[in-house]
Design a binder for this molecule. Structure first.
Ligand code: GLN
Length: 440
């Protein structure tokens, strides 16, 4: 295989733990995907997209850069939202033809962006823990990762305050070689939401480096728990759009509409950065699938304009439903003697597992994992990795070991943590609690 895949040709953490959960009939709170179907208005939108009697012309190739009906709705949506966030009026309205790109989920939008921006040796700063796909995509683009860990403040309450960003540490990682900084808020795996002060601090640093592009992955933007006191913030709008010209904002439909398999993602930003995505896409995918984009264009309009299940909008219902599920998982983890670090956004909980007693050495010495960090150099299996295997095999509940989200230098920060997903039905979460009650 090509050198760009060095170290990347083994199964990933996802390919290890989802099959392991199936093998042991374990409740899978690992990989983050909802175990229910999309809302009816989204499914109906898809039916209209593919049924010729509705005349939506969505069964052939889409416009390469973005299916126009979706680009149009997204431009309206972000214009409206960013007007409210006080982005200067000369930057608005957004132009759907040059300032919006869509691709096959944010994973693919990000891939196109990195391929379009990175030259060999360019540096990309990742805040640890980070979604594992980021570092692999940087490597495939020929870039070099530079890591800046979020430091845990164990006296704080709530993920936003527990996982702190040291701006001095971040500044020490930036240089004229830094091409991209990847930000993710609400944050996977911690559930942290970056606050105004942190985003201002980041924007101030970024503005010192004109070559630096911020990629802001905001796929959990609609799963936030205190919309009044802690609304989702986009760094593109911070300080009156101080770094708007340096920012690509990305999001997708999968988490918002519980349709992760539809893989509809987008980038919004200044045309010179959106061009990085569209220029790669036209040679790589040519265009993302049309029916899914067309359906999401309709769904975005319905979600914003119509009441849903007794709530003013679908988004209000979504946040409320996830707030309830978060509580169910918090209760379950407490039964297991774990300390949940309550997330402010997203659908994962990081739990402190230091008081869970299990045969770590037995697992580490007898079980093999090619996906774990350090496998190639013969390092001992990290504690969180062994614990997740043991929980799956013995207790029947599966989590993701956050070691997968750290570089080798800092992977020890993950030792006493596990990431649990609560994008699961109420009965699944109750069952997990019952299994904890039976065992612990
Ligand atoms: N983003 C989801 C998670 O973090 C799914 C990851 C994946 O399937 N690669 O669990």
């Amino acid at each position: 295989l090509a050198h760009r895949l060095d170290g990347l040709d083994q199964p990933t953490v996802w390919q290890e733990f989802s099959p392991l959960a199936t093998q042991y009939n374990s409740i899978n709170l690992g990989q983050g995907f909802p175990d229910w179907d999309p809302p009816n208005f989204v499914v109906e939108a898809m039916k209209r997209s593919i049924d010729p009697t509705f005349g939506r012309n969505a069964n052939q190739y889409a416009r390469s850069y973005a299916h126009m009906p979706l680009a149009t709705v997204l431009a309206q949506e972000y214009t409206h939202r960013w007007q409210q966030s006080k982005l200067p009026s000369h930057l608005l309205p957004l132009d759907p033809t040059t300032q919006i790109a869509t691709a096959t989920g944010v994973t693919n939008v990000l891939y196109c962006a990195l391929q379009g921006l990175i030259n060999p040796g360019d540096q990309v700063v990742l805040l640890e823990p980070y979604f594992d796909i980021y570092s692999s995509q940087v490597q495939m683009a020929g870039g070099e990762c530079v890591y800046c860990p979020l430091r845990p403040d164990t006296s704080a309450v709530g993920a936003s305050d527990v996982f702190t960003l040291d701006l001095d540490e971040l500044e020490s990682k930036l240089s004229t070689q830094t091409r991209v900084l990847i930000l993710n808020t609400p944050h996977n795996p911690t559930g942290k939401m970056f606050n105004h002060e942190e985003l201002q601090g980041i924007a101030n640093l970024v503005s010192k480096y004109p070559q630096l592009v911020v990629i802001s992955d905001e796929v959990y933007e609609h799963i936030v728990f205190d919309t009044v006191n802690e609304p989702h913030l986009s760094i593109a709008t911070i300080n009156n759009g101080q770094i708007w010209h340096q920012t690509l904002t990305m999001s997708s439909a999968g988490k918002t509409f519980s349709c992760t398999g539809w893989k509809v993602g987008w980038a919004v930003g200044p045309s010179h950065l959106v061009k990085a995505v569209t220029s790669v896409q036209q040679w790589c995918n040519f265009s993302p699938t049309t029916p899914t984009q067309d359906a999401i264009a309709q769904a975005l309009q319905t979600a914003r304009e119509e009441p849903y299940q007794g709530y003013p909008t679908y988004y209000d219902w979504l946040a409320s439903d996830y707030r309830h599920k978060r509580q169910l998982l918090v209760d379950a983890l407490l039964v297991a003697g774990m300390k949940p670090i309550v997330p402010n956004g997203g659908f994962f909980i990081m739990a402190d597992t230091q008081h869970v007693d299990f045969p770590y050495d037995d697992i580490a010495n007898t079980q093999l994992s090619t996906a774990m960090p350090g496998y190639a150099t013969g390092k001992k299996m990290p504690r969180d990795w062994a614990l997740s295997r043991w929980l799956t095999q013995t207790v029947g509940v599966t989590a993701i070991p956050p070691s997968a989200f750290y570089s080798l230098d800092t992977v020890d920060l993950a030792a006493n943590t596990l990431r649990f997903a609560f994008c699961k039905g109420e009965s699944t979460l109750q069952q997990a609690k019952q299994r904890f009650e039976t065992y612990f």
